[in-house]
Write a protein that binds this ligand. Structure first.
Ligand SMILES: Nc1ncnc2c1ncn2[C@@H]1O[C@H](COP(=O)(O)OP(=O)(O)O)[C@@H](O)[C@H]1O
Ligand SMILES: [Mg+2]
Length: 266
């Protein structure tokens, strides 16, 4: 059902680096948002199509990424239902490896994703963008389209460096980020039994300009098992530490994005 009154939030899981937990976060958080009663869409923007796979959808974009970007309302025709209530998916396929080139053909490439998403705001409370690991025209368009960037950071020095780089680029105006986009980092694959991880977590939390969320996602077999189960952790191992952490992470994100909303379940 379409509701023009929706106050949609667009959330992108983003990091220049791959393998840091972007897709795992996008899949689990989108599932939790939908389970809490929100109409939710996940747009898989990565040609590797990992979140498409995890939600058991065929990685096929008819007419390719280029076709989808071109026509107004075309995105809606590509949306697939998932096995989960209120959760839809805009799948990726291999054509997305040329998404940069496709965007570049528009007069305002960085504004394009925002434009494509505009009509979908009437249908969804939350739209998640699962981004490819890069800093490119696609990322710029993602920054323009998003209300919040959610940046997983593995608490090891090189991985957290990528987050600091993003902040530096943003401050220097090199990343065309729309003002008002919040950036939240969270620790991913954290191991608090390792002194190095604790040190890095403490250091990043101490930097004023960075918003580091309080909840960290621990390293856990259940997250890796998502690839076998092809389901969010909260579906097949709801009592696991990872599932509990994703619930806490989602609660914290929602509280920050909607400070005046009543807490979930009330
Ligand atoms: N908290 C975690 N514990 C254990 N393995 C994880 C965790 N988060 C992600 N992984 C694994 O690490 C790999 C990369 O995660 P993924 O979410 O696909 O990262 P990205 O989207 O940033 O490339 C995957 O094999 C995934 O199962
Ligand atoms: Mg990914």
């Amino acid at each position: 059902m379409t509701n023009p009154q929706r106050d949609t939030r667009v959330i992108a899981t983003y990091n220049i680096k791959g393998g840091v937990g972007k897709t795992s976060a996008a899949v689990n958080l989108a599932y939790l948002a939908a389970a809490a009663g929100h109409q939710t869409l996940l747009w898989d923007l990565d040609p590797q199509a990992a979140s498409t796979y995890l939600f058991r959808v065929r990685p096929k974009v008819k007419g390719g990424g280029r076709g989808l970007l071109r026509k107004r309302n075309s995105a809606r025709d590509h949306i697939k239902a998932t096995d989960h209530e209120r959760l839809d998916l805009l799948p990726a396929d291999f054509s997305y490896r040329h998404l940069d080139l496709a965007l570049d053909q528009f007069k305002k490439p960085a504004a394009r994703l925002r434009k494509v998403l505009a009509p979908l705001r009437a249908d969804y409370d939350y739209i998640f963008l699962d981004c490819p690991p890069s800093i490119s025209l696609v990322s710029e368009a993602v920054f323009e389209a998003s209300d919040a960037l959610l940046v997983p950071v593995i608490p090891a020095t090189l991985s957290s460096r990528a987050y600091e780089q993003l902040e530096e680029l943003t401050r220097a105006g090199k990343v065309g980020r729309r003002s008002g986009t919040a950036t939240f980092a969270f620790f991913s694959m954290a191991d608090v039994s390792r002194p190095l991880h604790l040190q890095v977590m403490e250091r990043l939390r101490g930097i004023d300009q960075l918003t580091v969320l309080g909840v960290a996602i621990p390293t856990a077999d259940e997250v890796e098992l998502m690839g076998e189960e092809r389901n969010p952790v909260n579906v097949f191992a709801p009592a696991s530490a990872a599932a509990v952490a994703y619930v806490a992470l989602w609660t914290e994100i929602e509280r920050r994005l909607r400070p005046s909303a009543p807490p979930a379940g009330s």
